[in-house]
Each structure stands twice: as C-alpha cells, then as structure tokens.
Write a protein that binds this ligand. Sequence first.
Ligand SMILES: C[S@@+](CC[C@H](N)C(=O)[O-])C[C@H]1O[C@@H](n2cnc3c(N)ncnc32)[C@H](O)[C@@H]1O
Length: 229
Amino acid sequence: MKLYAEEKQPQSKFSSLYHEQATFFDSQAEVAWANVRYGREYASKLERLAWHCGPLAGRTVLEPGCGTGRLTEWLACAVGPTGFVHACDISLRMARKAMRRTHDYAHARVSHTAMENLNLGKGSVDLVVCHQVFPHFKDKPVALGYMAHVLRPDGALLIVHFESRRVINDVHRKAGTVVMDDLLPNRGQIEALLNAAGLQIRHYSDDPGLGYLLKACPVIRRLSGGRVW
Ligand SMILES: C[S@@+](CC[C@H](N)C(=O)[O-])C[C@H]1O[C@@H](n2cnc3c(N)ncnc32)[C@H](O)[C@@H]1O
C-alpha cells in the first residue's frame, strides 16, 4: 500500500500556505465528525448528491480534501473498476485514514498533497466533488482555476455540504481555530468566482435539511461560425 505524495515541488508555496491548516486537520483525524460513517441517516443527502453526480460508472472523479475517505469509498464504489478516483488531503493523518479505507479499490488513489499541487492533466477529469472543503481553499480563484483546468469540457464541479451555508459558516466562525475565516461565499460572490474561472452555475440549493449543493459546468463558447470549443 502506498500513500502518494505528488507535490509538484517538495517545498511549494502550497505546502507552506496550508501548513497551519494541515496541522489543525491532523489533530481532527480521530474526532467523531471526521469519522462517522454515512449510514441511513445520510441516505437522502447521498441520494441528492448521486442525482447531481449523474451516472458515475467508468468516470474519473477528483475529490480534494477527502478527509478520512468517507465519501472516497462511496465514489470508488460508484465509479467501479473502469473509473478512477483521485483523492487528496493536506493532512497526512487524514490521507492515511482515507488510504486505509479505500485500499480494496485499485482504482482509487489517495495523495497527501494540496489539490492545487496535483499533477492532473488538462481536461482529464469528468467530475470534481468538493465535499465540505471549498471554504478551506486559501486562494479560491487559484483553486477554481485548477479545477476548471482539469475538467473535461462536458464535466462538472460539485460543491457540497451536508449542512446549510448558514450552519457551516456559523460553525467555522465560532470554532476559534485556524478555520474561523474559512467561509462559504454567498451566491453572488461564488457565482463571480466561478464565472472568472470559466464555469457557470447549473444548480444551486441551500436547504436547512439537505444542506448546500452547487453544480457548475465549463462555459461552452461558440465561435461566430457556430463551432463549439
Ligand atoms: C472539513 S474537512 C472535510 C473532509 C471530508 N471531505 C469529509 O467531509 O469528511 C476538510 C478537509 O480538507 C482538507 N483540505 C483543505 N484544503 C485542502 C486543499 N487545498 N487540498 C487538499 N485538501 C485540503 C483538510 O485537511 C480536511 O481534511
């Protein structure tokens, strides 16, 4: 079993940018919130996520901030052996747990790295699933630029939380830790960030019961001759 550390440069700016946050999430790797399995009480939230993912068999998925791999396992199962899941986390302890949880899936790879440092090719990913990680990206335009770069033109980005935006931001603000400024932007702000990265919102819901879910897709540009690129 191998945990991949595939940072582009060993001491890249992302390693130092995330140093404090990685230490914090290392300290959370054994805590209940990070480990609780997605059992029956999460069925409706997972069903909504599955619906927005669309058919997953054979797809290539990127899951940044995989934590202990709760969703990685679910994704690996859904894409099946003809698909692939690239998961990563800045926290070594989280990444190790995710690797152990998914060790039966040869088509899932967990890397100990910031997503922004992954060496994935342009247009190599069908779906990016940011599950409870988007507020933690230190430079959101850079993170969105990376995700837009790796997405296929017909791919999609999902930003999903199993709580509403109000609850998430409240929890972070009141935490009094390094995550206290890690907030989920409001709709106008996130739409502007997505558009700047060449992505367009296709679905937005912020539900007190089901939580937050945003789906965005690459903007399809038409040249004057009608050709799509
Ligand atoms: C709130 S936890 C969510 C973990 C997991 N997605 C879940 O829902 O159980 C956020 C995770 O994202 C990781 N993280 C934050 N920024 C990251 C980045 N730029 N690249 C990769 N992982 C990141 C943290 O280390 C942490 O494990």
